[in-house]
Design a protein around this ligand. Structure first.
Ligand SMILES: CSC[C@@H](O)[C@@H](O)C(=O)COP(=O)(O)O
Length: 339
């Protein structure tokens, strides 16, 4: 069995992650001993994907609790709050990062002394990570009922085990269907500019022996028009009242799916729902233009060309056929379910 994407290693007292920037060339494992190291790993996408970021936020609070230097309990608690606040803001769009950080902080703050705060933080972070696996398995169970034997699923970015603690959301649905004996093929969009689709989705599906075909993002319309896609399944970074935020390119896929009468499913745990907000209230992370200008350090665009690099987009609810959660499948009209 493959190790978890993110976990706590008791013997070393650290967070252990699979460094996703090294895939598909190498399977590299990284031990993280302080919160600055964790913030760097999140910013560089060594650990990424909404549910995995929820676990990162939780384990990050556990790490903070045991590494803070403050002597007086009051100062220690103040530093814990400040550190958690900084951690939450490393990536703004995926709500799970702040959700996981806040959940573990809330439990830790019920501790009466430093030892208790440390123990509670770690206990809660471990529980959160275990629950994430259970949630993905439940999403898989519900979602698998939507897939027929022989179906081809188009997916975008990586909503697999490497975006979660284990199993995956969108790919969890595929994995569960395959485990139930259905023959399912996947088409993976490469997902420019950082290629989570080609590097990570293709790698993890091939590890599991699930048939996958790589296409460039611009080929999605062509394969749908050719009748080669039975449904689209993607993950989500934040689900608000009127839209689903996910990796840039998801909205375009939803429009294509609608044009070709292809079901468009979103698979996500309830921890990704942020129903206090609407589309206009969400900050879309903008990343460095150099991610578009360079690949592996080599220029792929003229030096200094202006480039715009939003990492996520919003898909309106009317483009979504159903949302698959751990509690079941929400079909249109989505608004009453979501409320
Ligand atoms: C399983 S969650 C799905 C999303 O988190 C995923 O599709 C995505 O957009 C991830 O973006 P990333 O920038 O790689 O963190």
């Amino acid at each position: 069995m493959m190790m978890r994407t993110i976990d706590w290693t008791d013997e070393k007292g650290c967070i252990t992650i699979i460094d996703q920037t090294a895939l598909p060339s190498r399977l590299t494992v990284l031990d993280i001993y302080d919160v600055d190291g964790l913030c760097e790993a999140i910013l560089k996408l060594r650990v990424r994907g909404a549910p995995a970021l929820g676990a990162a936020g939780g384990f990050g609070v556990a790490l903070l609790a045991r590494t803070l230097k403050a002597q007086k309990f009051q100062d220690y608690i103040g530093c814990l709050r400040d550190g958690a606040d900084k951690l939450k803001r490393v990536r703004p769009t995926a709500v799970n990062l702040s959700w996981g950080t806040e959940r573990v902080l809330r439990r830790a703050l019920t501790g009466k002394d430093r030892g208790e705060v440390e123990a509670l933080a770690l206990d809660e972070a471990k529980a959160l990570a275990d629950e994430d696996v259970a949630r993905c398995k439940a999403i898989g169970e519900h979602g698998a009922s939507l897939l027929k034997d022989g179906d081809t699923v188009l997916t975008h970015c990586n909503a697999g085990r490497l975006a979660c603690v284990d199993w995956g959301t969108a790919l969890g649905v595929v994995r569960t269907a395959v485990a139930k004996g259905k023959s399912i093929k996947v088409i993976s969009c490469e997902t420019r500019p950082l290629n989570q689709g080609s590097r990570i989705t293709c790698w993890e599906l091939m590890e599991d022996g699930i048939p996958v075909t790589l296409i460039t993002d611009s080929m999605a319309g062509h394969v749908m028009r050719a009748g080669r896609v039975d449904c689209v399944i993607v993950g989500a970074d934040r689900i608000v009242q009127d839209a689903v935020f996910n990796k840039i390119g998801t909205y375009a896929l939803s429009v294509l799916a609608k044009a070709h009468n292809t079901p468009f499913y979103v698979a996500a745990p309830l921890s990704t729902f942020d129903l206090s907000r609407k589309e206009k209230d969400v900050v879309i992370e903008e990343r460095s233009p150099d991610e578009l200008r360079y690949w592996n350090g080599s220029p792929i665009a003229p030096a200094g060309v202006p480039a715009y690099n939003p990492a996520f987009d919003a898909t309106p609810m009317e483009n979504i056929t159903a949302i698959i959660t751990e509690q079941g499948i929400m079909k249109p009209p989505l608004a009453p379910h979501i409320r």
